[in-house]
Ligand binder design. Sequence first.
Ligand code: ZN
Length: 119
Amino acid sequence: MKIALRKITKTPLDFQEKSEEMIFKGYLEYHSGKLILLQAKLSGLLEKSCDICAQDFKLSVKEDIEFFLSDGIYSGSDDIDFDVVESLNGMVDIEELLASEIELIKSDYHSCNNCKNSN
Ligand SMILES: [Zn+2]
């Protein structure tokens, strides 16, 4: 699902994207200047190998995701609390965002329940 950033207004625009394992659901809302707020929930069970014993296990994911999208290069003068992701083609690709969030979670350190319990 691709959305043109300039079509996003102060009225929140809902989106939902699914991968095999995860649901990414939220909205986009115009903030100010070039910035668009993205607020979403990422949930599901992610196949992951344990960083201790290397066994595959299902990682339960429930994350709130919040950041700004910038329509073009962001100059960074505003005082804002969230990360800014620049879009250079004026589009936001929700599917791509979902994929990169999943990659981010997978690259984090996670251990399976067996290893957690033995600590
Ligand atoms: Zn383990």
